[in-house]
Design a protein around this ligand. Structure first.
Ligand SMILES: Nc1ncnc2c1ncn2[C@@H]1O[C@H](COP(=O)(O)OP(=O)(O)OC[C@H]2O[C@@H]([n+]3cccc(C(=O)O)c3)[C@H](O)[C@@H]2O)[C@@H](O)[C@H]1O
Ligand SMILES: Nc1ncnc2c1ncn2[C@@H]1O[C@H](COP(=O)(O)OP(=O)(O)OP(=O)(O)O)[C@@H](O)[C@H]1O
Ligand SMILES: [Mg+2]
Length: 276
């Protein structure tokens, strides 16, 4: 959407916040999930990108709790699209959870790709996805070298609408927070002790300067979560969903279209049917 368009906002969004007891249950469950995944793979070590955003803040805290901070390798990977405050907050996350980390500037790597294929230079989506995929390559470089699993930071909201880069931030070994809607991610992040400046940061994919998720999508997260929970996952008809939360019917239809259009991102790439 263009910046002049409004961001769809429900008059009466669904309250998906968890009770304090549910937050603690989830926290325990997700910590155990990380322990189970690493044990099943026969490794102790994990690696993840830390961006200064709430999703990676939460996964960093959960992983440190699950495995001990010495078994979590943080990668802070600034590009020219990231602001300094966000990157120093990424360092604060690592420091808060006592996770060892490296800072790797990705722009020289990105530039090498764009020099090799200059046609993508002025395509902000292609170049943005390149930055995201460059971080994935670095995650796996560490994973291969240190016998580590790559921890994903994708949440339920992003997965359902395909709001991630295929084989970029989607290229991971497990998804610890895949069952949490965005508003629940914030709740858990506060519970595990993610710094408040990170827990309350406006979500951004950092693919271009000034990008915010809600502006790009043209919808507020609480509204998006409500439509996903009621209509896409809950099976409530579109018109009833629109009435219940107080949005135009076309907003619900738009979310449904995002869900349907991103099916390919949630599947293993298909091959032809046997036996031919
Ligand atoms: N029907 C289909 N069946 C199989 N494959 C299909 C396909 N349609 C496209 N494709 C393939 O998928 C590609 C497009 O997918 P992709 O490369 O992911 O690119 P695309 O979905 O166009 O862009 C990624 C989106 O995710 C957002 N994002 C990215 C990274 C992080 C975050 C964040 O929240 O932090 C958000 C980003 O802002 C952007 O809106 C096509 O070039 C094609 O290769
Ligand atoms: N500059 C960066 N350095 C390291 N990792 C990054 C960077 N930018 C993005 N990532 C990785 O890509 C993931 C996906 O980005 P995404 O924006 O969805 O999550 P977030 O930044 O943690 O939270 P938010 O969505 O609220 O901004 C991050 O969680 C992080 O693992
Ligand atoms: Mg982000």
């Amino acid at each position: 959407m263009s910046d002049s368009e409004t961001i769809a906002t429900a008059g009466d969004p669904l309250d998906l916040t968890l009770s304090d007891a549910e937050v603690e249950q989830r926290r325990t469950h997700l910590v155990e999930f990380i322990q189970t995944q690493t044990a099943a793979a026969g490794v102790d070590q994990t690696v993840l990108g830390i961006s200064g955003g709430v999703d990676s803040g939460l996964v960093t805290g959960l992983a440190a709790e699950a495995l001990g901070p010495e078994n979590v390798h943080g990668l802070i990977m600034p590009s020219t699209m990231n602001d300094e405050k966000t990157m120093s907050d990424a360092e604060r996350v690592a420091q808060r959870f006592e996770v060892p980390y490296d800072v790797i500037e990705i722009e020289p790597i990105v530039e090498a790709f764009l020099d090799a294929y200059p046609e993508a230079q002025d395509n902000r989506m292609a170049a943005g996805n390149l930055r995201v995929r460059t971080r994935a390559v670095l995650n796996y470089l560490v994973a291969n070298t240190e016998d580590a699993l790559v921890l994903g930071t994708g949440n339920r909201t992003e997965a359902l609408i395909g709001y991630f880069t295929k084989y970029g931030d989607g290229a991971v070994d497990c998804h610890p927070i895949a069952n949490l809607y965005k508003q629940q991610v914030r709740q858990l992040a506060r519970a595990v002790g993610v710094p408040e400046s990170v827990a309350s940061r406006t979500p951004t994919a950092g693919m271009w300067v000034g990008q915010t998720d809600e502006e790009e999508l043209g919808i507020e997260y609480d509204t998006l979560d409500s439509i996903l929970a009621l209509h896409v996952e809950g099976g409530v008809p579109a018109s009833a969903t629109a009435r219940e939360i107080g949005v135009e019917a076309n907003v619900v239809e738009r979310v449904r279209a995002l869900y349907e259009g991103s099916t390919h991102k949630r599947r293993v790439p298909p091959g032809p049917e046997e036996p031919y």
